[in-house]
Design a protein around this ligand. Structure first.
Ligand code: FES
Length: 161
């Protein structure tokens, strides 16, 4: 199938992204992002994840919405990217978590989820204190998407100016 941009929730476009054709910048050859792959591209201090999902190619921050780990070091299954740090899973087609991190915490709607063990065993112990409180109050952010198009075999994205 021809590579194509993926649709994403329009309300999740990154703030500050200009509109219009002049907003787009070529960042990678399409050939360098085969189906199922993840790549980081960096512009200034902005690290962007390019993901070639089964719904198409998408661009988001290369920072896990939990604690900012580089998702480009994770893995991709369909549209779901797996974070290398705390087992979180996030759907790049919807922007929603499909599995909360092992540390638990708040989902994007502010609902609390407890810690859990990757083996399916009882939750890890989490002695009370400031660190436990920080984990409990860490909220999964919503993905922010960068508009993307494909032109002349290149992936182009629109970035905030
Ligand atoms: S940093 Fe990604 S799941 Fe925690």
């Amino acid at each position: 199938m021809e590579p194509r941009p993926a649709a994403f929730p329009p309300e999740l476009v990154a703030p500050g992204v200009p509109r219009g054709d002049g907003a787009f910048e070529a960042v990678l050859d399409v050939a360098d992002l085969p189906a199922g792959s993840l790549r980081r591209v960096t512009r200034g201090d902005l690290d962007v994840l390019l993901a070639h999902t089964t719904a198409g190619i998408v661009a988001v921050d290369d920072r896990c919405p939990h604690m900012s780990a580089p998702l480009s070091l994770g893995s991709l299954d369909g549209c779901v990217v797996a974070c290398p740090l705390h087992e979180g899973r996030f759907d790049l087609a919807t922007g929603k978590p499909v599995r909360m991190p092992t540390t638990g915490g708040l989902d994007p709607d502010g609902v609390y989820h407890p810690t859990w063990s990757p083996s399916g065993g009882p939750p890890k112990t989490d002695p009370p204190g400031r660190k436990a409180e920080a984990r409990r109050l860490t909220r999964i952010r919503r993905f922010r998407y960068y508009p993307l198009r494909i032109s002349g075999g290149r992936i182009e994205i629109a970035l905030p100016r």
